[in-house]
Design a protein around this ligand. Structure first.
Ligand code: NAD
Ligand code: UFG
Length: 338
């Protein structure tokens, strides 16, 4: 019996694989390494003292999926594999829909053929678009996404809902992540963005370590407490434990479920910089520039449904997120390359 983790070599996947191995699960990973390296999983094995099986393959490759389902008794699938850059998705919509939507369709089809019943999907707060209701809860309207990445998540959620309706024996869970940050406290695994980071915290840590010179804060005139954008930052280890909670809950409730995974607290860009400076003792050079197109003013979660139904709650605070991100950056200035 094993859990198939697609995209398991990536940022959130590697931390979740670690948590699965630590509690004794057998793990099979499929990852095409398009945005990751084997090194993350080698480090996960070293940290846990356990081994996993890695297939360096694409989820679009049906034959590879068939082989995996033939070779292993897969009971559950956690589907992280996908392209995730909002800006890139605007430039390359076909690649994003092909990889994210078609990849999910092929995986679901092969999963049904193999008789696997439990499926957990990496969704995103982005499915809520620019909601007028804050905090966001699972009953809020979805839609109004502003880029192909966000729309691909929305489309996959719809497909999953339809597949669950047609196959009531399935247990499908969409986990809507808010803003994942942080790293394993060892500093051995963490987020390793390609090129110049698009996300806030990796940009801050690269300014702090001297790889980048100045953080541009996108907008200082939002209707928020200090004019900068507000988000719900969640430690990646808390996200990982959210997946374990969802796995444990699989036999309960409806065939299609969706949960927010956030902390329920919003912090501004300036809050984040202050918290980072406090944790690292380094002052971050920044300037306020124009708003970034497509950004929303604020977004944070009501994650009480996950607390009630999954018995899960994020426990790590902002200072821990900053400490662990900085620890990872300092120990791996060039990510997994060294
Ligand atoms: P990541 O890029 O680090 O991990 C994704 C992994 O999937 C990578 O290892 C990549 O090589 C692999 N992959 C991509 N396409 C593949 C394919 N066709 N076949 C096989 N492997 C493939 O990203 P992450 O931050 O760990 O995100 C994981 C999931 O969570 C993604 O689906 C992402 O959209 C979603 N998500 C991420 C965030 C975030 O801010 N990081 C927020 C919300 C949702
Ligand atoms: N920001 C800056 N400067 C930067 C980068 C970001 O000021 O260099 C600001 C943004 O304007 C925003 C906040 O920092 O106010 C967070 O921005 P991120 O790019 O880190 O994250 P987003 O909230 O835009 O999006 C992230 C993921 C999406 C995901 C979404 C919700 O990138 O994939 O969280 O989960 F959909």
């Amino acid at each position: 019996m094993a859990i198939l983790v697609t995209g398991g070599a990536g940022y959130i996947g590697s931390h979740t694989v670690l948590a699965l191995l630590e509690r004794g699960d057998d793990v099979v990973v499929i990852d095409n390494l398009s945005n990751s390296s084997r090194e993350s999983l080698s480090r996960v094995e070293a940290l846990t003292g356990k081994t996993l099986t890695l297939y360096v393959e694409d989820v679009l490759n049906r034959d590879a999926l068939k082989t995996i389902f033939e070779q292993h008794k897969i009971t559950d699938i956690i589907h992280f594999a996908g392209l995730k850059s909002v800006g890139e998705s605007v430039q390359k919509p076909i690649e994003y829909y092909e990889n994210n939507v078609n990849g999910s369709l092929i995986l679901l089809d092969e999963m049904l053929s193999a008789g696997v019943k439990n499926f957990i999907f990496s969704s995103s707060a982005t499915v809520y678009g620019n909601s007028e209701i804050i905090p966001l809860h699972e009953g809020c309207k979805v839609g109004g996404t502003t880029n192909p990445y966000g729309t691909s998540k929305l489309m996959i959620e719809q497909i999953l809902s339809d597949v669950a309706l047609a196959n009531p024996e399935l247990r499908i869970t969409c986990l809507r992540y808010f803003n994942p940050v942080g790293a394993h406290p060892s500093g051995k695994i963490g987020e390793d963005p390609n090129g110049v980071p698009c996300n806030l915290l990796p940009y801050i840590t690269q300014v702090a370590i001297g790889k980048l010179t100045c953080l541009s804060i996108y907008g200082g005139d939002y209707p928020t407490k200090d004019g900068t954008g507000v988000r719900d930052y969640i430690h990646v280890m808390d996200l990982a434990s959210g997946h374990l909670a969802a796995l444990d809950h699989k036999d309960k409730g409806a065939s299609f479920k969706k949960f927010n995974l956030g902390t329920g607290v919003g912090y501004s860009v300036l809050d984040l910089i202050a918290a980072f400076e406090n944790a690292s003792g380094i002052s971050v050079n920044y300037k306020i520039v124009e708003r970034r197109p497509g950004d929303i003013a604020e977004c944070w979660s009501d994650s009480s449904l996950a607390a009630q139904e999954l018995g899960w709650k994020a426990t790590r605070k902002l200072d821990e997120m900053m400490r662990d991100s900085w620890n990872w950056q300092q120990k791996n200035p060039n990510g997994y390359l060294e």
